[in-house]
Design a protein around this ligand. Structure first.
Ligand code: PGA
Length: 251
């Protein structure tokens, strides 16, 4: 049985006081949650403060990105060791906003995934198709490309520390959620791909989150599907009640 995993992606939102207050509220609300893994991913500048709030609790902390070099002249970048140093456990990589707005490609994302794993951070690797890709009937081709490219060179052992997040780009921040059936079709495809690439055991153990306009009211239908193991949540992760509604509806 895969344990549900709900992660909040705060993106470029909030101020420091708001970030600390939200983390405190979630730590308190999650005190008795023993059957779901919960993580929150604040902006870099609030990570340290949020890690201090979450230390020793059942709310883990992740970053929204990292770089693949150890250190040196990489202005503006943040290393895996820095994130480990302040207490982060996870790192979101390959988010569609980084792929499509910042221009990150599979090759770069793959370097980051490998570096994160080597440094002891657990990647949440995002994949997902644009609306035009779906309309052209090429969703699975793009998903396959993203999986092959972003997970190149990884071993079955590496996969024990990788979470995947299927996030159709047309559903992110739009309020237009994929139907449970649409999402499950892709999740099942991803699990088949994992079986072929890494074997049945890895495929059965890897958690695949769905992301894109998840909220309390649609979480249950999505997470009830066989191959959907949790959610990566943007907008609805910015308020304690909205995020807890999702967590409680997938238990
Ligand atoms: P959303 O974002 O829940 O606001 O659609 C999800 C994500 O981008 O991870």
């Amino acid at each position: 049985m895969r344990r549900p995993f709900i992660a909040g992606n705060w993106k470029m939102n909030m101020d420091k006081a708001g970030a600390v207050a939200l983390a405190q509220g979630l730590v308190e609300a999650c005190k008795d949650i023993a059957d779901v893994d919960v993580a929150i991913c604040p902006p870099f500048v609030y990570l340290d403060a949020v890690c201090q709030v979450c230390k020793g609790t059942n709310v883990a902390v992740g970053a929204e990105n990292c770089y693949f070099e150890d250190n040196g002249a990489f202005t503006g970048e943040i290393s895996v060791a820095m994130l480990k140093d302040i207490g982060a456990t996870y790192v979101i990589l390959g988010h569609s906003e980084r792929r499509n707005i910042i221009g990150e490609c599979n090759e770069l994302i793959n370097k980051k995934v490998k570096k994160a794993l080597a440094g002891g951070l657990k990647p949440i690797l995002c994949i997902g198709e644009l609306l035009e890709t779906r309309k052209a009937g090429k969703t699975m081709d793009v998903i396959k490309d993203q999986l092959e490219g972003s997970l190149a060179d990884l071993t079955a052992e590496d996969m024990a520390n990788v979470t995947l997040a299927y996030e159709p780009v047309w559903a992110i921040g739009t309020g237009e959620v994929a139907t449970p059936e649409q999402a499950e079709e892709v999740h099942a495809f991803v699990r088949d791909w994992l079986t072929n690439r890494f074997g049945a055991e890895v495929a059965q153990n890897t958690r695949i989150q769905y992301g894109g306009s998840v909220k309390a009211s649609n979480a249950q239908g999505l997470i009830g599907k066989e191959d959907i193991d949790g959610a990566l949540v943007g907008g609805a992760s910015l308020k304690v009640d909205a995020f807890m509604g999702i967590i409680n509806n997938c238990r």
